[in-house]
Design a protein around this ligand. Structure first.
Ligand SMILES: NC(=O)c1ccc[n+]([C@@H]2O[C@H](COP(=O)([O-])OP(=O)(O)OC[C@H]3O[C@@H](n4cnc5c(N)ncnc54)[C@H](OP(=O)(O)O)[C@@H]3O)[C@@H](O)[C@H]2O)c1
Length: 433
């Protein structure tokens, strides 16, 4: 068990490497890699000294005055005998091959790369097992909030069965801005890019793919279920308007870019996409680029974690904590292993309340809509509509809980009877909220 001194620093004599120094090889020296190297230079505050012994870059000659020795040859880097490899390249290749090579050599690997872990987590965990070493990825999801390791080390608190989360800061920022007054999605997205919250190409954020990768990682880590990102039903935020957000407020909630998974009955239900979140739910309070996750376990009421989802410095701090943990002997060495999951294909959400939008040239008679919905077993709870003179006329509804198939059938019937355009998003409301 790691020994700590009076102020909680790890006793470096208990650390399994030379003279309390941890030699780290960096794969990638972009925004996060540079922040890791900057923070490592002040690592004496953590206990062990962390030396960045070298970094892999594409072309070392292009980086005069770099913070550490550079190479474009990964073998040279691994041969130099680092205690830990930190992968911050992004993407799947060459990250996958390099991480596998390090693990096969028995070198612990810390990564912030959710794309890599979501796509190849099983293969990497098996390699870590074979190399009798560790793979850690705390910074890959909600980088600034260290909750994965906390739950992994505490099996009772960590016996999670359901996740409700906002895992993408860009889309949360965009929807918050729309709610606060931005004219449309493009304006809010441009603002996010200007403030550094969005990547130059935010398509993976807007489409929900980024959040789906993180959800696949979480389901594997917390549920030991191996899910392909592409199997998770995923909807982008691009169908939403400012008026949708304002009507959601009228209905006592807000629209959030939600990632949801539930495996409480043994089978997995999951989705990523906009959802109605009641104001009683902690996710509704997440503003700007913040992320959050509410986990429901077997043994205690739901627990909520929230904070910075990204940012080079917050990510680097979490990475360096992972670095120290991966070389300090642990009293629970298997906590981050034994996580190779059972293959599983998630079902879309079944029964839920639904937030519905109907757009038509002519005003839809409310009673007729209610009758038609009722004939499919869909009962309306709240309705709101645009000014009668606005074209197209838009009506928003919040339904009582009903099966997804019923609401889809009702919307299809209404569309073919009236020519209206119908959209719906699930609601996270539960009796307990
Ligand atoms: N930024 C954040 O706040 C944040 C938060 C959490 C997690 N992450 C994750 O951290 C990872 C890194 O993110 P980042 O923001 O630091 O990205 P970034 O600034 O684009 O850095 C990636 C670096 O890797 C280098 N690279 C890519 N392929 C390479 C190769 N084949 N050989 C050598 N170098 C190569 C790139 O070099 P070039 O410059 O030459 O292309 C770049 O310098 C990603 O997986 C990301 O998802 C980032």
């Amino acid at each position: 068990m790691p020994v700590r001194d009076q102020i909680g620093r790890i006793d470096t004599t208990a650390v399994r490497h030379d003279a309390g120094r941890i030699r780290v090889a960096l794969l990638g020296l972009g925004k996060v890699g540079t922040a890791v190297s900057r923070l490592a230079a002040r690592s004496d505050i953590m206990g062990p000294i962390i030396d960045i012994s070298g970094a892999l870059v594409r072309d070392a000659s292009q980086r005069p005055g770099a913070c550490c020795p550079l190479t474009s040859d990964a073998t040279t880097l691994f041969d130099s005998g680092p205690d830990v490899v930190v992968e911050v390249l992004g993407g799947t290749e060459p990250a996958r091959q390099l991480v596998l090579a390090a693990l096969e050599r028995g070198i612990p690997v810390v990564t912030a790369n959710k794309t890599l872990v979501a796509a190849h987590g099983e293969e990497l965990l098996a390699a870590a097992e074979r190399g009798d070493t560790a793979l850690r990825y705390e910074a890959a999801v909600i980088a600034g909030v260290p909750f994965l390791g906390t739950l992994a080390r505490r099996p009772l608190a960590g016996s999670i069965r359901r996740i409700e989360a906002v895992l993408n800061g860009t889309t949360n920022f965009v929807l918050s801005e729309l709610e606060a007054g931005a004219a449309d999605l493009c304006t809010a997205l441009a603002d996010a890019e200007r403030r550094g919250f969005a990547e130059p190409d935010p398509s993976k954020d807007v489409s929900g793919t980024d959040a789906a990768e993180k959800l696949a990682l979480l389901v594997r880590h917390l549920g030991t279920l191996a899910v392909a990102t592409s199997d998770i039903p995923t909807t982008g935020i691009d169908g939403l308007t400012r008026l949708d957000l304002l009507r959601a407020i009228d209905f006592g909630g807000t629209l959030k870019p939600v990632a949801f998974a539930d495996w409480s009955d043994g089978s997995l239900t999951a989705f990523v996409g906009p959802a109605f979140v009641p104001l009683t739910h902690p996710l509704s309070n997440l503003r700007g680029a913040d992320n959050g996750i509410r986990v429901h376990g077997d043994h205690s009421p739901p627990v909520f974690f929230a904070g910075a989802g990204a940012g080079p410095d917050a990510t680097a701090a979490t990475i360096l904590d992972d670095v120290v943990e991966s070389v300090v002997p642990s009293d629970r060495p298997s906590a981050w292993r034994d996580r190779v999951g059972r293959r599983c294909c998630p079902a879309p959400l079944g029964r839920a309340p639904w937030f519905v939008r109907l757009q038509s040239i002519d005003r839809l008679p409310a009673l007729d809509v209610a009758d038609l919905f009722a004939s499919y077993g869909v009962w309306m709870r709240r309705t709101s509509e645009t000014d009668r003179r606005t074209v197209p006329s838009t009506t928003w509804l919040l339904t009582h809980p009903c099966p997804s198939a019923s609401v889809q059938a009702a919307l299809t019937a209404l569309s073919s009877a009236t020519g209206c355009r119908a959209s719906c998003w699930p609601s996270l409301e539960r009796d307990s909220d």
